[in-house]
Structures are given as structure tokens and as C-alpha cells.
Design a protein around this ligand. Structure first.
Ligand code: GRF
Length: 228
């Protein structure tokens, strides 16, 4: 389904803490016309986040809200919610944002905060997950876009991508393979939201108008056939 140009673009607020490659992927997807949205504001909790440069280069207003200035997580969240509401944000997109949100933000944006995690949740929540996956010896890893809830990395799942893990992989080589897929699935999740096609039912997210194909081939790693 192509973006419906007749409706107003979805107003996004993007929260970052670092490099902002997911922010860049979303900006590029919007520019290609694949996501019917506009980024109204980029907020970072760190002044040195390179993602701020990416936002400025794209002409997007930026705000730095350093969490250390606040006596509590709730006070930080109240400031965050205030900035986002003043910018008219309809969907909050966490993109490499390294702060846990309190109920203050969740109440301000119920089922309207998305996050991306570089693992196939519920496997490997938390930090350093690419390293954990390599060390565990899994054959598949990947990334997950989900709606943020009170818990850590355990909200209703919108979309996932799976990538093979190879014996020679390091944390870095796996992280790079996963990041490539993050940059594909995050814009897709936002576009589905913009089209009004995501419905949260309990733990699950229903994608309206999506029919499962008859035969999705299984992914097997290592492959059944030896490479010639
Ligand atoms: C990504 O792996 C993302 O999954 C995690 O933070 C990492 C950096 O994201 N949340 P970005 O390059 O800052 O978008």
C-alpha cells in the first residue's frame, strides 16, 4: 500500500542518545516517499549525540534534555512529554535512546511510543545483546520494533527481522548485519502506524489488511544443502 497522500503526514518526535543511524534511515525513507510522516522534533538526552547533527542537516528542530539535570525519572519524562506535545507529536519514536521511560511518558502517549531493539525479543532483552547472541551460539538473531510499555523491551511486537549468525561472527559483524535490517523495518513500522493499520490487542499487534502468504519458506542455518 502506498502512503495515502490525501491525509496529513503523521507527526513524529524522535528521541536519540547516540549516532542516530535509525533516525537517518527514517529521514531517508520519508524523503523517498515510503513513509507518510514528518519529523517535528529530535530530542537527545546527550549533547554529544551525533544524531543531533543529522537532524540539523535535515533542518529539524532539536532539543537537548540532559537527564542528569533532573531529580527523578518522572521529572525528566514530564519535560520530555511537554516538548513533544508542544511540537504536536502524534507518535514518539525511540531511536537509539538509552533511557527507560516512566509511566509519565506512557500516560502522555499510550500505545504511541515505538522502540527498536537489536534482538529477536523476547530473546536477549537489555544491553550488549549482539555479544550475548554470538556467545550463546544462536543461529539466528535480528531486531524487533515494538510499542513501549512499563517493562524493559517487552511491549507488543510490531515487526521483526531475522538474520543468520555465522561461526566467524563477532559482536561487531553481527551488529552491522542487524543494523542494516533495523533501517528497513523501523520505517515500515512507522508507515503502518501512519496508515492506521496497527491495532494492539493485549500482547499482540494486529496489522489490518495483511494476509499471511500461503507458504513462507523456513529459514535454516546452517543451510540443509552444502554450498557448492
Ligand atoms: C541500534 O542497534 C538500536 O537497535 C539500539 O541502539 C543502536 C544504535 O542506534 N536501540 P542508532 O544508530 O543511534 O539509531
Amino acid at each position: 500500500m502506498a502512503p495515502n497522500k490525501s491525509i496529513e503526514p503523521l507527526k513524529l518526535g524522535v528521541l536519540i542518545s547516540g549516532s542516530g543511524t535509525n533516525l537517518q534511515a527514517i529521514l531517508d525513507a520519508i524523503a523517498r516517499g515510503e513513509v507518510h510522516a514528518e519529523i517535528r522534533i529530535v530530542i537527545s538526552n546527550r549533547a554529544d549525540a551525533y544524531g543531533l547533527q543529522r537532524a540539523r542537516q535535515a533542518g529539524i528542530p532539536t532539543v537537548i534534555i540532559e537527564h542528569r539535570r533532573f531529580s527523578s525519572r518522572e521529572a525528566f519524562d514530564a519535560e520530555l512529554a511537554g516538548e513533544l506535545n508542544r511540537a504536536g507529536v502524534e507518535l514518539v519514536v525511540l531511536a537509539g535512546f538509552m533511557r527507560l521511560l516512566s509511566s509519565v511518558m506512557l500516560r502522555a502517549f499510550p500505545d504511541r511510543i515505538m522502540n527498536i531493539h537489536p534482538a529477536l525479543l523476547p530473546s536477549f532483552p537489555g544491553l550488549h545483546v549482539q555479544k550475548a547472541a554470538v556467545e550463546y551460539g544462536v543461529r539466528f538473531a535480528g531486531c524487533t520494533v515494538f510499542f513501549v510499555t512499563e517493562g524493559v523491551d517487552d511491549g507488543p511486537i510490531i515487526i521483526q527481522a531475522a538474520v543468520p549468525v555465522y561461526p566467524e561472527d563477532s559482536e561487531e559483524t553481527l551488529a552491522a548485519r542487524i543494523l542494516t535490517q533495523e533501517h528497513r523495518i523501523y520505517p515500515r513500522a512507522i508507515e503502518l502506524f501512519a496508515q492506521g493499520r496497527l491495532k494492539v490487542v493485549g500482547r499482540r499487534v494486529i496489522v489490518k489488511g495483511w494476509q499471511a502468504p500461503d507458504d513462507t519458506p523456513a529459514l535454516i542455518n546452517p543451510p540443509l544443502e552444502e554450498p557448492k
